[in-house]
Design a protein around this ligand. Structure first.
Ligand code: PLP
Length: 401
């Protein structure tokens, strides 16, 4: 059959030869995916991850990233979402229904609490905030409707490190599912699915992790993506079914960016960890700082828990609580005067960032919340001497206000 030129062009026979190899994962883009036959089309939903259905449900490229992230976190299955917050949403939507209750640490990622306050409560799902440093209190908060406990180590902004082992044990005793927001640890600091690797069996781990791939796995400050990882087959099927129904997908360009950055994640994590510790230590010697919050500092809340789970590793973050004698205007003047540290959300990218927070507004009347003005620093890849000089000159600017 002789075909018209346009038909031949669209159905062109050339295919990339087998045996071609390069360091990069091939980038497959698709909404439509061809089925070889009507029978294959009709059996499409039996395939799960062993075959391709539609771009939204995975391509060879997204499957590669899922597999690598599962390996990174010590899990078996990973699902990808368009942001870290969407990953949090998926877990809540897949596992909670009207009448259920979810426990969330009071120092959780802010939008996760907002999601519970507004959307979950609208669907008749209640939540309680717990003190991340008081595992015993969680026992009193757990009721018959408690179906899920969120964990975060270290917590957002104030970086308290919870007793993960105690919390996971408590949840297991009552058959409550645990989910760790593992963005801080990134799968590098500790294995969330085996929290006590040096102790004899049985293995103790969380049931699910989520990660904002936006942070370490992307590492560029230019991609939004999230992941949900589990070791449990039945739990994965519940999450996957909800994922397929919700219409959440990720773009091939973003997959490419994360796949390109992933091989250097440990090097980047460790380099930023070293710089953050040096800078946090430097801040402990500045008279303007009342507290420096970094899990590796013995004075930081939950330091002993950090030491048990993650002694070798900490993320690029630390926070400085300024002495009360400095006004909010002075703290803002300090942040505004920083030149290398940019004012911006997110972290783990190449450029250092600083964000001021009002602790009383952030933590409300919770007794563990503290008060005063805090600056959260995220250390990038700049030379540490330059970052120190930048803080020093900005402190001088603050004195002038
Ligand atoms: C940034 C962050 C998220 C959300 O990630 P996005 O991709 O920005 O939605 C969730 N949890 C933690 C701890 C984070 O730091």
């Amino acid at each position: 059959m002789t075909r018209q030129k346009i038909t031949t062009l669209i159905h062109h026979p050339y295919r990339a030869p087998p045996g071609f190899g390069s360091p990069a994962t091939p980038i497959h883009k698709a909404s439509t995916i061809f089925f070889p036959s009507c029978a294959a089309l009709n059996s499409r939903y039996e395939k799960q991850k062993t075959g391709y259905i539609y771009g939204l449900h995975g391509t060879p490229t997204s499957f590669v990233l899922e597999e690598r992230l599962a390996t990174l976190e010590g899990g078996l299955h990973t699902l990808l979402l368009p942001s870290g917050l969407a990953a949090i949403t998926l877990v809540n939507m897949a596992l909670l229904k009207t009448g259920d209750e979810v426990l969330i640490p009071a120092n959780a990622y802010g939008p996760s609490i907002e999601l519970a306050r507004h959307q979950l409560s609208q669907w008749g799902i209640t939540h309680r905030l717990y003190n991340p440093l008081n595992a015993a209190e969680v026992t009193t908060l757990m009721g018959p409707n408690t179906k899920l406990i969120w964990l975060e180590a270290a917590g957002s902004v104030t970086l308290e490190f919870p007793d993960l082992v105690a919390l996971v044990n408590l949840a297991k005793e009552r058959n409550v599912i645990t989910v760790l927001d593992n963005t801080w640890g990134a799968g590098i600091a500790f294995n969330a699915f085996n929290l006590t690797p040096t102790e004899p069996a049985p293995v103790l781990g969380v049931d699910i992790t989520i990660q904002a791939l936006t942070k370490y796995p992307s590492g560029g400050g230019d991609v939004l993506m999230g992941s949900v990882t589990t070791r449990d087959e039945a739990l994965h099927q519940r999450l996957n079914a909800c994922h397929m129904r919700m219409g959440w997908g990720v773009g091939a360009g973003d997959l490419e960016a994360v796949l390109r950055a992933l091989p250097t994640i440990e090097l980047r994590y460790e380099a930023q960890d070293r710089s953050a510790r040096v800078l946090a230590q430097w801040w402990t010697q500045q008279p303007q700082a009342k507290h420096v919050l970094h899990p590796a500092l013995p004075s930081s809340p939950g330091h002993a828990h950090w030491q048990r789970i993650s002694p070798g590793h900490a993320a690029c973050l630390f926070s400085v609580v300024f002495d009360e004698k400095f006004s909010v205007a002075q703290v803002h003047a300090f942040v505004d005067a920083l030149q290398l540290f940019k004012i911006g959300l997110s972290w783990a990218g190449p450029i250092s960032l600083a964000v001021p927070f009002n602790l009383s507004a952030l933590r409300g009347s919770n007794p563990w919340g503290g008060c005063g003005h805090l600056v959260r620093f995220a250390v990038g890849f700049e030379a540490i001497e330059d970052l120190m000089l930048d803080c020093e000159q900005a402190l001088s600017a603050m004195a002038l206000v």
